[in-house]
Design a protein around this ligand. Structure first.
Ligand SMILES: [Fe+2]
Length: 197
């Protein structure tokens, strides 16, 4: 049996959930491939920038790597703009949600807030407060988010930079996104265990 046949959850039995759980684990394990496919969606239109978002992401990761950032941070740098094609007005939320199950909560916070922090470099051109990020000065992820944006993100629009190819980062992505999400999925309860309502 490769598929359950209940019509609603009230009909589902333990074996159905065991089957679905096994299929779900395969689906979770394949997530890095789908995330990278999404990164590929950022190639093409530059939207007026000197490089497209795909090149920008690779360049951000390359700079982080060359600055000695740890592997998780390099992966954050590579994937920090995924979702930009689906949610151009709040893509940071998407990138943070995708990475959150696998990374330090402070790094997830960094990704979630990177748009605002990056805004230090352009918000004043739109009549906005470029210092808005100062509201978070006391947050434990403030310093890393400033460094991420100032040193790697906002600097990574250089068409002549010696950017590393995606293949260089693939093993890192597989290791980080290959971690058990949120520390591990709950296992199905064994048949022998008493059912609880
Ligand atoms: Fe970026």
């Amino acid at each position: 049996m490769t598929q359950a046949h209940f019509r609603h959850f009230g009909e589902a039995q333990r074996d159905d959930w065991a089957l679905i759980d096994a299929r779900f684990r395969d689906y979770v394990a394949d997530a890095p491939r789908r995330v990278l496919a999404h990164l590929n969606n950022l190639a093409g239109d530059t939207h007026g920038y000197p490089v497209d978002r795909y090149e920008h992401c690779l360049q951000t990761a390359t700079r982080a790597l060359r600055d000695g950032a740890d592997e998780e941070m390099v992966v954050c740098a590579l994937l920090h703009d995924i979702g930009d094609d689906l949610a151009p007005a709040n893509h940071a939320e998407i990138a943070a949600a995708i990475l959150e199950p696998f990374i330090d909560p402070l790094n997830a916070w960094m990704i979630r807030h990177h748009e605002l922090f990056q805004g230090y470099h352009y918000r004043h051109y739109f009549g906005l407060d470029r210092h808005a990020r100062e509201a978070y000065r006391d947050h434990p992820a403030y310093a890393r988010t400033v460094r991420f944006c100032d040193d790697w993100d906002q600097t990574s629009f250089d068409p002549d930079y010696d950017t590393l190819p995606l293949s260089h980062f693939l093993p890192m992505v597989e290791r980080v996104l290959g971690r058990p999400p949120f520390g591990g999925l709950p296992d199905p309860v064994p048949e022998t265990q008493r059912e609880q309502d």
